[in-house]
Design a protein around this ligand. Structure first.
Ligand SMILES: [Zn+2]
Length: 441
């Protein structure tokens, strides 16, 4: 049984999907106007790991995982204007970078990646419904959600009204009936990206995008809705209000799962604070994506994760040891200790500790795969860090294979000669339970 901490009730609950054959999970995805930083990568890695666990527990085809791409937004428009290009040039570029960066961290693409610009019809339909029901109103070309029309507003963030108004940092707008009301649709000026709507040419607010895409692709009520802690208010609160009001009170999600921040020193890593490190920079510095993934999983997902050079160095050393141990083993069965740790609200620090104790290479291989680790070829790992080309690495592997054959034939003279020849090239062989590995002297 998987247990998940549900932000709505502030405690761990048994995860019982509505339909175990069709589990639905939605995670708020990137706004594509700049390179993702390590803090942005954390939810991608965390929910990729949760998806692996759910598929292990309920079956490979049990889960539909959707992560949206926000490709219409004011920051995108500003970036396009700054470069003098169409917004699609910006969004296509940074979506490709995002997928490359997350791919390097071993994040599998989600099953569905709906794009906001492709889903305007569904958003307009939902906004029309909210207007019709009296939960939204038009004012000066804008459509706003009326927060006082929803008596249950605020249940997820548990904020009182004053904190909500302050926290929403809502701009003073004379057309708002209530300061907490938020934008569903806004007008687009001449030359700015927009779509025709019953309220004139304009574009959607950010919050309605997720509500409409969840409805279109996964249904009115999904099993798991995920994202970073910073999305609880106002984004997820607003998603909940829009969806519940439009769907006759049906809850948007049955479990709300939120990851903590990556910190730089005493502060949260964020673009607005200018203290970001990107996976792209770290990869250029010679780190492997897998090292960064392990570093991101080294703290429990709900805890803050201080990002330091020592953390990355530790992750690399851990992987060196694990790759040495796993050798070329094929995946066997999963270790129950690793599995139990992950089932308990995705306790990755405990799962990693257990993983370090697994001695059988086939069990190690299968258990690590649940965390998205040890998925690459062992020789690629060591070749990369030895500063050798893949071809040189393959030639070492070839020599190791020849030595294994010689040893099997009890031709120890040949086996020793191969070892000595490699040693003369600075390559030291190490025989272990998973076979023979090598390192540079
Ligand atoms: Zn969202």
């Amino acid at each position: 049984m998987i247990r998940l901490h549900d932000t709505m009730v502030r405690e761990k609950r048994d995860f019982v999907p509505a339909d175990p054959n069709r589990i639905t999970m939605y995670v708020c995805g990137p706004t594509v106007y700049g390179r993702a930083h390590i803090g942005n990568a954390r939810p991608a890695v965390v929910f990729d790991t949760l998806a692996r666990l759910i598929r292990h527990e309920f079956g490979a085809g049990s889960l539909t995982y959707a992560r949206n791409v926000t490709d219409v937004e004011d920051k995108i428009i500003a970036a396009a204007e700054a470069e003098g290009v169409d917004p699609s040039v910006i969004t296509e570029r940074y979506e490709r970078f995002y997928l490359d960066d997350m791919g390097a961290l071993g994040v599998a693409p989600p099953d569905l990646a709906p794009h906001a610009t492709q889903e305007i019809g569904g958003m307009v339909a939902m906004i029309e419904k909210l207007v019709e029901l009296g939960n939204a109103y038009e004012a000066e070309g804008h459509v706003l959600f009326s927060v006082p029309s929803d008596p249950d507003y605020g249940a997820l963030s548990r904020r009182d009204r004053e904190a909500m108004v302050a926290g929403a940092r809502v701009e003073v707008a004379p057309y708002k009936r209530d300061p907490a009301d938020f934008v569903l649709w806004k007008p687009s000026a001449e030359g700015v990206v927009g779509w025709d709507s019953p309220w004139g040419r304009g574009r959607p607010g950010w919050h309605i995008e997720c509500s409409a895409m969840i409805r279109a692709h996964l249904g009115e009520t999904i099993d798991i809705h995920g994202g970073g802690l910073d999305l609880i208010f106002p984004h997820h609160e607003n998603e909940i209000a829009q969806s519940r009001c439009a769907h006759g009170g049906a809850p948007l999600a049955r479990y709300w799962v939120h990851n903590g921040f990556v910190d730089m020193g005493a502060e949260k890593m964020s673009k607005s604070l200018g203290n970001v490190i990107t996976p792209a920079e770290l990869l250029t510095q010679g780190h492997r994506g897998e090292t960064l993934r392990l570093a991101l999983l080294s703290a429990h997902y709900r805890q803050p994760l201080p990002w330091t050079e020592a953390l990355v160095a530790q992750a690399k050393a851990t992987l060196d040891g694990l790759y040495r141990k796993v050798g070329d083993a094929a995946p066997g069965s999963v270790d129950e200790g690793v599995l139990d740790a992950l089932r308990d609200d995705l306790n990755t620090p405990l799962a990693l500790a257990r993983l370090g104790q697994v001695e059988d290479p086939t069990t190690l291989k299968a258990s690590a795969a649940l965390l998205g680790l040890l998925c690459e070829d062992r020789s690629n790992w060591f070749t990369f860090f030895a500063g050798l080309t893949l071809e040189q690495g393959r030639s070492i592997d070839q020599r190791i294979a020849e030595r294994a054959v010689a040893k099997a034939n009890r031709d120890f003279a040949t086996a020793d000669r191969i070892r000595d020849e490699l040693k003369a090239d600075g390559i030291v062989l190490e025989d272990g339970p998973g076979g023979t590995t090598w390192r540079k002297e």
